[in-house]
Design a binder for this molecule. Sequence first.
Ligand SMILES: Nc1ncnc2c1ncn2[C@@H]1O[C@H](COP(=O)(O)OP(=O)(O)OP(=O)(O)O)[C@@H](O)[C@H]1O
Length: 248
Amino acid sequence: MKELIKVENVTTRFGDKLVHDGLNLTIHEGEIYGLLGPSGCGKTTLLREMVLLQDIAGGSIEILGKSLKNISEKDAQSLRYRWGVLFQFGALFSSLTIRENVALPLVEYTKLSKEMIDEIVRFKINLVGLKPEDSNLYPSEISGGMRKKAGLARALVMDPKLLFLDEPTSGLDPISAREFDNLILKLRKMLGLTIVMVSHDLHSIYNTLDKVAIIDNKKIVYEGTLQGLKSAKSDFIDAFFGDNRPLS
Ligand SMILES: Nc1ncnc2c1ncn2[C@@H]1O[C@H](COP(=O)(O)OP(=O)(O)OP(=O)(O)O)[C@@H](O)[C@H]1O
């Protein structure tokens, strides 16, 4: 399988504080790949580094064959078109309807006609399981689960190859969370996406992930399948998965 993301020896600092001390991981095409680890270990930071929102102090990150180091603005922009991002607090604009929120990247970055944009937005809103009539509502008029779906529709509107999700099921009730897991699996299959996801939700982790990287004490302490976790040794892994480690 093709390597789409390669993180090599990445270090991250905020002032004096060292957050990542030489991370290495590889994400292949078609995978749903999870970043796990204790609170504050730098999962969101690593995701932000992958989408050019945060600089790294050392090492390298390569995405879709492009190194992010010293990347030109033109290359950066062409990469941004090829990934979709749904961050935990990646709020929708409250003054825009769901339809306008989802349409925004197309309005900003393409020269498509209004009719074409309407068509794409309708398709994406349907794809994530929102009803056509929901698209005229404002974010404050819909539930948290619907807002996540709307955010996902916006992340998918440019037909990305890669999707980055930061704790997509947090704040959802268990039924909506399982619905979201199924949606992620469906989208991977339908759209051939590669998905990188930060999660603390054990159900979601078991339902969706093919592979995980576990960050603890500034390093990757495990990278591999959930089945392989059975023999992995780390305090975080013991505490987080306990006796619920998946059977091989
Ligand atoms: N812009 C910033 N300036 C200073 N410190 C930061 C900044 N962003 C993150 N940090 C610090 O880096 C560390 C990692 O933060 P990050 O949000 O990536 O952790 P996380 O693993 O995603 O945590 P959680 O699971 O709680 O969301 C934390 O100690 C945080 O305080």
